[in-house]
Every structure is written in C-alpha cells, then in structure tokens.
Design a protein around this ligand. Structure first.
Ligand SMILES: Cc1cc2nc3c(=O)[nH]c(=O)nc-3n(C[C@H](O)[C@H](O)[C@H](O)COP(=O)(O)OP(=O)(O)OC[C@H]3O[C@@H](n4cnc5c(N)ncnc54)[C@H](O)[C@@H]3O)c2cc1C
Length: 461
C-alpha cells in the first residue's frame, strides 16, 4: 500500500492529461486529476474542435456560390453568428461532458481547480487550499496565447481564445501571425463575410511548410480577397470612434473592428511550483523532459504542449500513452515524433507529412520531385478559380517517399492516409504499383510517373 494519497496525480485536464489519468485509472491505479478551466482542454474547448466547426460554417458561402454551376438556384442566404456560437457551445459542452464521464467511469477523482506543486510529491488544490500527495505526477498544463505585451495597445487585441466567443461578428479583422492558427482564422473570418487582413513579419506565411504549399495558399487567399501583408508587423494599436487603428512598421494605418494576435503560444508554467519541486524549464518556460517525457525530477513527467515538442493534440495523446506503457506496463516507450502528418484547415486546405522540398534537399544528395498542379473537377462547372497542388519528394538513392504535400480540398483527410505510407517506408515504386481511384483528386498521387524536376545538392536541376 502506497503511503501517498494517489498513485498518480495529473495537473491539466486537456488532451494529454485526460488520457494519462483515464488510462492509468482504468488499470486500477488511484488517480486524481485537476483542471482549472474546462475538461477537454485547448483542443476541445478553444482549439481544434470549435475551430473545425467554424471552418465548416465558413465554407457554406462558397458552397452556395458553386451550386449555381450545377443547376441549383439557392435563395437568399444569411449568416447568424450568434446561432453558430450557440450551436458550437452546445457541442463543446457535450464533448466536455464525455471527457468527464470517461474519467468518472475509470474512477479517477476529478477536481475542478487549479493545482500547483509544493514539492516533488505534494500538490496544492488552489480552490480549497487542500494538499494531496502522489507517487507520480504528470504535468499536462498545455500553453496559452502569447499576449505580446510589448506591443502598445496589446490589451485592445484578442487571441484565438476570445475569437470563439466574440459577441458580434466584426466587419473587418486584422490578424497578426503567419502560423496555422492565424491562417486558419483568416480563412474562417473571410468565409463568414468579414474583411480580413493578415499581417506577418516573415517573407511567406507558414514557415516550415513546403514552399509550394506556402506560396500556393498565399495566392489562393489573395485571390479570394484576403489581404496578406508579409515583411510587416503591427507597431501600435489604438482605439478610434469606430473601432481600432493599427499602425504597421511600414507605416500603414489599418482601421478595423478587431485585431487578433496569433503570435505563438507560451507554456503554462508560471507559478506552478516547478522550482519548489525541482522541475527544470527551458528559456521559454517549457518543461525539459527526457526521451520518455520524464522531467528533471524522476517521479514527475510532463507531456503535451507544456514540453514544447510538437504542439498537436494527437502528439499529446501519444505521449500520454507512451507514459502509461513506460510507467505502468513495464514497457519503456519513447514517443515517436517522426513523420507526423498534419493539416492546415485553410481554404484550400494543406495536408502534409514528412520533409518539405527545402529540408529534404539539405538532408539528401539527390531528390526526385513529382509535382502536379491542376484545377479540381468540381471547379469546372462551378467556375471557381482554384487549383490543387500535389507534391511527392523522393530520395533518389533508395526511392523512398520522404515528403508528401497537398494543397486542395480534403488535403487533411489525404494526409492521414499518406502518413501511413510514409511511416511504412513506401517507395515511389509502391505508389506507382497502386491502382488509382477514379475520378478523384487523390489519384494524382499514384499517377505522377516521371519526376517534374530533380534537386541535387539542394539545387533544382
Ligand atoms: C486555435 C487552436 C487550434 C488548434 N487546432 C489544432 C488542430 O487542428 N489539430 C491539432 O492536432 N492541434 C490543434 N491545436 C493544438 C492542440 O489544441 C494542443 O496541441 C493540445 O490541446 C495540447 O494538449 P495538452 O494536453 O498538452 O494541453 P491542453 O489541451 O492545452 O490542456 C491543458 C489544460 O491544463 C489546464 N491547466 C493549465 N494550468 C493548470 C493548472 N495549474 N492546474 C490545473 N489545470 C491547469 C488548462 O486549463 C488546460 O485545460 C490547436 C490549438 C489552438 C489554440
């Protein structure tokens, strides 16, 4: 019998925390979990899920327009922001309930409070001031939007958190940032009829993605009417009678209803008692962990966004499952962060797995690049001007596909399947041997027979 109150105490009820707590409890461990806001965490409450619901909402506008080419006459359409928020909130509450139920069914003790460490085995439950002890502790407190407090007028701006609860849909919005959250919200608001400007200090949106995807999406967004300002930043935000005015580094004055900052996320490690417990963090405040998600204190583990490895929900869940294998199943398992398929839910979407052409060019002597750019079939009758880009990056030496990138409808869905092929180490010959599904856009992935070009020593030839 352990001398601690709990075998495991989990701080943070998001993707990684809930998974660790639920599975450990279902293995018969005595588990407690504390969440300071709402169970489900960022992904369910103010991230992936509500964002995707917003993406769906924002697509109807184009669906209605496209319908005409297919013989439909669609009556006058009208969008009601409040109705969307209401429906979204109802769904999120349902999902939150499921997360709680899962924990409850597994017999974990659920605490609705902030929790902080007092020492390596003691946790303070802030709401009641009560302390509990635990043999093992998992810290899965995630991250929060960086408020960019150095920006004069930052307090007038919103982050993605508030974007999910705006009282009114603004007429115009300025979004700062070039990452996937900024890009996705730019497309969402545009689809809902908002006049959108995206401002990003870098040369091109979505750094670390393949150049073709970045450029292709940038062009598609501008073609739709989203203004994309690169090489520029907001220097000041002030209030005006009508709304907000943002002054940019290049001297533009942008009058908008709302300014949203999507400038990265910081780990939620402030005042968490990490020092008292001896848990080390890096310069950004992320908890430093070893290959098994173990912190500098042997009985304390950290997983998910708070460790700043890869900030994605499936990664946090995978790290939680590896923690369970390692600690409770006597099967030391390192999280595998290689070849993570991912999507940007822009319009068109990006789906990607593996290396960009640029990164592959640095790693391999010679690449074969297979690239197709075409108008999707649906756009023929709808008359919509859009293109799909597909790209396979192949290491010429062993013919392995080391990167696959798609810009177009359902690219996220395709990336999931491509992820399996890359993980399995498929070669271009495996792709060539695969029968096409016709007529689909995806068939292009198995019918690009000769390289569009080669890259040798990082140079296109
Ligand atoms: C707008 C947006 C869109 C996103 N879209 C996607 C997507 O499409 N796909 C994808 O894979 N990922 C997406 N993500 C990222 C994803 O949400 C995160 O990677 C994931 O939620 C990380 O899980 P986690 O368990 O590490 O942390 P979180 O889910 O953030 O959970 C941490 C929890 O800990 C709680 N907490 C913090 N401190 C304490 C404390 N001291 N005591 C108690 N509780 C505490 C927080 O309230 C939070 O609920 C998105 C994120 C955002 C912001």
């Amino acid at each position: 019998m352990s001398s601690y109150d709990y075998d495991l105490f989990v701080i943070g009820g998001g993707s990684g925390g809930v998974r660790s707590a639920r599975v450990a409890a279902s293995l018969g461990k005595k588990v407690g979990i504390a969440e300071e806001y709402r169970y489900g965490g960022t992904c369910v409450i103010r991230g992936c899920v509500p964002k995707k619901l917003f993406v769906y909402a924002s697509q109807y506008h184009e669906h209605f327009e496209d319908a005409a080419g297919y013989g439909w006459t669609v009556g006058e359409s009208k969008f009601d922001w409040k109705k969307l928020i209401e429906a979204k909130d109802k769904e999120i509450a349902r999902l939150e309930g499921l997360y709680r139920k899962g924990l409850d069914n597994a017999k974990a003790d659920i605490f609705d409070t902030r929790a902080e460490l007092i020492d390596a085995n003691t946790i303070r439950l802030v709401k009641t001031g009560k302390t509990v002890t635990a043999d093992k502790i998992v810290i899965a407190v995630g991250g929060s939007p960086n408020h960019h407090s150095a920006l004069p007028g930052y307090e007038l701006c919103i982050s993605s958190n508030e974007a999910f609860h705006l009282e009114e849909l603004p007429k115009s919005i300025l979004i700062a940032g070039g990452g996937y959250i900024a890009v996705e919200f730019a497309n969402i608001f545009h689809g809902l009829g908002v006049d959108v400007t995206l401002i990003y200090r870098g040369a091109e949106i979505l750094s670390r993605f393949d150049q073709d995807m970045r450029r292709g999406l940038h062009e598609a967004m501008e073609q739709k009417g989203i203004r994309v300002l690169c090489h520029d930043v907001i220097e000041e935000v002030t209030k005006t009678e009508a709304g907000l005015r943002a002054r940019t580094m290049k001297g533009e004055m942008l009058d908008v209803g709302v300014v949203m900052l999507a400038l990265g996320r910081d780990p939620n490690t402030k005042n968490l008692g990490l020092e008292a417990a001896g848990v080390k963090t890096d310069g950004r405040g992320a908890i430093v962990v070893d290959d098994y998600s173990r912190s500098s204190v042997p009985n304390i583990y950290a997983l998910g966004d708070v460790t700043d490895r890869v900030q994605l929900t499936p990664v946090a869940i995978h790290e939680a499952m590896c923690f369970i294998e390692t600690v409770y199943k006597n099967n030391p398992t390192k999280p595998d962060h290689d070849l993570i398929a991912t999507a940007v839910f822009s319009q068109p979407e990006i789906g990607t797995v593996g290396l960009s052409e640029e990164d592959a060019g640095k790693r391999f002597k010679e690449l074969e690049v297979y690239r197709a750019e075409f108008r999707p079939m649906k756009a023929t009758l709808s008359g919509r001007k859009e293109k799909t880009i597909m790209k396979l990056i192949v290491n010429a030496e062993d013919r392995k596909v080391v990167g696959a990138h798609i810009l177009g409808h359902d690219a996220g869905e395709m990336a999931q399947i491509l992820g399996i092929t890359l993980k399995a180490g498929c070669t271009k010959d495996d792709f060539d041997r695969t029968m096409a599904v016709h007529p689909t856009a995806a068939e292009e992935l198995v019918t690009m027979y000769s390289p569009s070009y080669r890259v040798i020593d990082g140079q296109r030839v």
